[in-house]
Design a protein around this ligand. Structure first.
Ligand code: NAD
Ligand code: TDX
Length: 332
């Protein structure tokens, strides 16, 4: 493998992966990204030009995707519409990108016999009860709740069908909630950090008891590279770092980092269909491929992430007012 395409490489997790590849491999990377509201050139700026180039385009553009598939050895597919709240307000772009976009990549991978790794989410499994002793595994039945997670589930099933019916050399990974640098400020952790920088009280949906299983984006990247290099074709691997926390706990930790009282936050209108709890069992990835997470101190990771947002205010500041106005209109 010498040349790979990273779709969505100018977004949050994709750009972290591109940085990881530049540091850890000799691969040359073509980022294919439409630069929607969620993508930014800055996230991959300053990387060596002989290693990384950006093609601005749509993964649903069959001609462009065919050309790139014909000239690269592998595709790692991150591009997606990724925010649950947006999918409740307007689902259509989620179908176009997550379903048709993935289908377009699969057809190109099939034609050119290109290795494909598909990035997905634990949300395809629906949610767990708070007291369920089980966590999600590779054999948990699909049961998505939102327009976002149902389109991700649909894309996973397309990949599985293209492997079985057409012999496409693909793998899938389903990861838990990521945090770290370059995450859009519409998402929970960066929304609260950038609010706290501005002195705004954090906004917690409902009673704040919902649980998310946090992993640092850098650990997600090392897991994806491990699967790309060593994963068995046709297999699915779950990626997680045993990071379960309630939303209330996360907000309390952030408030402490800002020297504020732990109860200095507001409860706001809950998300429709809000999943209660996600939790990943990543035993298969750890035992079969020998992967393990390195950034397991959530408190340290959160503190570094707060510092990152303090240091990159020029990146998020122009987006902040519009994001907050959108939430305010929904009582959130
Ligand atoms: P993001 O919204 O930050 O980035 C998505 C990127 O895809 C952006 O750069 C955007 O411009 C690009 N894009 C969107 N539509 C496109 C199109 N039609 N053609 C080309 N590019 C397009 O998302 P993220 O949080 O970095 O998520 C990346 C992937 O990881 C997604 O597939 C998501 O489902 C998955 N995932 C995310 C998380 C998480 O916690 N954020 C967890 C598990 C899995
Ligand atoms: O202001 C907020 N207050 C709040 O309580 C926001 C924006 C969110 N929340 C809650 C909702 C969730 O329980 O925080 C939790 C995390 O919310 P998001 O950051 O929107 O993430 P989530 O819906 O869990 O989905 C994320 O993880 C799985 C990513 O956005 C998905 O792309 C990924 O598949």
């Amino acid at each position: 493998m010498e040349k790979i395409v990273v779709t969505g490489g100018a977004g949050f997790i994709g750009s972290n992966f591109v940085h990881h590849l530049v540091r850890e491999t000799d691969l040359r990377v073509t980022v294919l990204d439409k630069l929607t509201y969620a993508g930014s050139r800055e996230s991959i700026a300053g990387l060596p030009e002989d290693r990384v180039n950006l093609v601005v385009g749509d993964i649903a553009d069959a001609e462009l995707v065919d050309e790139l598939a014909g000239t690269h050895d592998a595709i790692v597919h991150y591009a997606a519409e990724s925010h649950n709240d947006n999918s409740l307000d307007g689902p259509r772009p989620f179908l176009d990108t997550n379903i048709i976009g993935t289908y377009t990549l699969l057809e190109a991978a099939r034609k050119h016999d290109v290795r494909l790794h598909h990035i997905s989410t634990d949300e395809v499994y629906g949610d767990l009860e708070f007291d369920d002793p089980n966590r999600f595994t590779e054999s948990t039945p699909y049961n998505p709740s939102s327009p976002y997670s149902s389109t991700k589930a649909g894309s996973d099933l397309l990949v599985r069908a293209w492997v079985r019916s057409f012999g496409v050399r693909a793998t899938i990974s389903n990861c838990s909630n990521n945090y770290g640098p370059w995450q859009h400020i519409e998402k929970f952790i960066p929304r609260q950090i950038t609010g706290l920088i501005d002195g705004i009280r954090p906004r917690v949906y409902g009673d704040g008891a919902n649980v998310r299983d946090w992993i640092h984006a850098e650990d997600h990247s090392s897991a994806v590279l491990t699967i790309l290099e060593q994963g068995r074709i046709g297999e699915t691997y779950l990626i997680g770092a045993d990071g379960e926390k309630t939303n209330k706990q996360v907000v309390e930790m952030l408030l402490r980092l800002f020297g504020r009282d732990a109860d200095d936050f507001d409860h706001v209108t809950d998300r429709a269909g809000h999943d209660l709890r996600y939790a990943i069992d990543s035993t298969k990835l750890r035992t079969e491929l020998g992967w393990s997470p390195r950034f397991t101190d959530f408190s340290d990771g959160l503190e570094q992430t707060v510092q990152w947002y303090r240091d990159h205010e020029s990146w998020w500041r122009p987006k902040k007012a519009a994001v907050e106005a959108g939430y305010a209109a929904k009582g959130q």
